[in-house]
Each structure stands twice: as C-alpha cells, then as structure tokens.
Design a protein around this ligand. Sequence first.
Ligand SMILES: Cc1ncc(COP(=O)(O)O)c(C=O)c1O
Length: 376
Amino acid sequence: MTDYRMHFADFGETAYLNCAYQGVFPLTAVARSHEAIDLKSHPERMDPAEYFGLPERVRTHLAAIVGSDESEIALTSGATQGVGVLASGLLLGPGDEVIVAADNFPANLFTWLHMRRKGVQVRLLKNGESPLRVEDVAEAFTPRTKILALDWVNYSTGRRIDLAAMGELAHARGALFVVDGTQGVGALELNVHDLPVDVLAVAAYKWLLGPYGTGFVYVREEVLNRLDLKVVNWQSVEGADDFDALPVDDIQLAQGARIFDVPETANFLNLSGMEASLDFVRGVGARAVTEHCMELLDHAAEGLLSCGHTVTNDDRSNLPSTLLCFRSQTQAATDKLYEQLKAHHVEVSLRHHRIRVSPYLYNNKEDIDRLLAIAS
Ligand SMILES: Cc1ncc(COP(=O)(O)O)c(C=O)c1O
C-alpha cells in the first residue's frame, strides 16, 4: 500500500476517517492558500490578469476530472448552486413533474421541494432501507416528468447508483437526468460524455480536497441552450475585462456554462488552494483513490461484520464507493459507539443513526484497526 501521508499534515493522535465530511488540503494547497493570504495583505502585488486566469485554470482541471468540455463547466460555491442552475433555469411550472429520491442530500432535495410553490409536482422515491432499484424509479414516471434527480453516492448509506441505467431510463422517458456527484467525484473514475447524465452538481470540498465554499456544475451542451439565466454575473459579459471599452447600450453573454459561474468567480482565497488540490487529485488519479479506500474499507467491513455490526452498502464489489456505513445492533448502541470513537480520536460521522467511515489516501490499515478495536 503506497504511503501518501507525506503529502498531508500530520494528524497526530487522530485517525481522520471523514473525507465525506471535509476533504483535507494537501500540503501544496496549504502553501498556495498562504500565498493567497499574503496577496490579500499586499493587494498591490496582485496580477489583475489572475482575475480571469485563475478561474479558467480551475475550470480546465475540473473538465479533465469529469471528462467534459471546459465550456460545459460552471464554477459554483457548492452543490446547491449547481442544482439550482437547472431548477431555476428550466422554467418549470404547473403540470411539470420531478422525481427525487427522498434520501438525497438536501442540496438535491430541498431545491426541488421548493419548486412546489410554482405548481411543480415533486414525486419522492422512498425506498426505506433498501437500495434504489431502476424498477422502482421507472414506476414514478408519467408523461409529465421533466427531471429525475438522484445522488451518485448516497451520503448516509454510501450506496452508489448505476448512472448509466438510471440515466437511460430518464432519457427513454424524455426527462433530464440530474446528479449530485459530491460523494463520488475525485474518488471514483468518471467520464460524463460516456454517460446519459445531463447535469452533474458537485461540492468540491470533499473528495476534490478543495476549500469550503467551492464546487462546480457540469451542464451538457445541448441542455445549456435551454436554460434561462436569472441574474447576470458581470464577469460573464463579453468585454467585461476591459473597463475602458465596456458595452453600455447592449450586452452579449459569454459562450458556455461559465455564464452560470458564481459571482466573484475569481475568489483567490479559495481558488488558489483549489487549484493546488485539483493538481494533486489529477496527479494521483481517481483509480488510486478508489483502490486505496476499497482496500481499507474491505478490511473494515470484514472486521465490523465479524463482531455483529450491519454494513449498509454491502454491494461495494459491484458498485464501489469510498464510504462505508454501518449500524450496531441497536440505535442506542450505534450512538454510543460513535461517542466512543470520538473520545478515542477516531473521526467519523453519524448520519441517520449510521456510522459513516470515509478514508482517503492519508489513511492506512492502522487507522482502521483503531476503529475496529473500539467497535469490537
Ligand atoms: C451528497 C452531497 N451533496 C452535497 C453536499 C453539500 O452541499 P452544498 O455544497 O450545497 O453545501 C454534501 C455534503 O455533505 C453531500 O454529501
């Protein structure tokens, strides 16, 4: 097992198994962020060209990570804004229907529920403890369905859906397929152009190791042309980089998804670290992350099952994810175990009374053994 720990800060007595909560800066991103703070202390040293150069370099990285064109990527503050690009841009109204998994993360749930005020019918898929099956989703479609909105990897079960199967279903029924990829992108290989995915919204502060408040949305080119832009970001108007020749009588929007960029796009305090993180993520490659985490999580699952815990995402060999979620025999026992893990500096999350373990490249087998020693 390759030792990647030299690229990250020393965690001391903590076993940090919580990348699904906050990704960790590689040391290169720490250094770049310090440089950005220095620039804010000395703005006279800032190169004005960076207001346009830095976001474009970040966009290039993101397009390469998901396999899209740069013109299909908008920079956002997280997943919510990305889902909102579609929710507000499509001009849905009375009679339109949207299908949403009830256990999606709120970013890809509340956005749609809020559309009810416009007369949009939101059909919630409630699959309880069972994995979401294509057959269950198929039943929810009607001729009025415009959107199927699902999370790639579920934040509280660790289960991953089959993007090809779900997307094909949506397209066969004439609907768009919107995916929140936050818990997968950076950790799992992906090529959106090979998949029937129309929109992919991602928070970049988890498996892309970005600062909090960063993200992006991929919008397939054909879908972009159908979206209304509610508020103009001045930087996405053609000619906005030349204050001496700004268009005054009429404005022309830039081409591509960048018109949906979050305003103050060139937030250098965030994007400087982000650029270094994405450089690292691309350098190691998603496959290395999947393999490293799977090896650790297989070891964890084996130990947890042998001492009576129940693993929620037990189909990981078929649909790998880098999250492992488990429960003890009772809710009280799960909650107690979570507290014990915290007390022993084993950092995990508790979501819907499941303990979520999400390692990354800085973890090793000893971190998992510490967890198992407490869980047994
Ligand atoms: C699946 C998923 N989507 C989105 C988010 C975060 O969304 P946002 O960036 O809108 O805060 C999380 C955070 O836990 C998540 O797990």
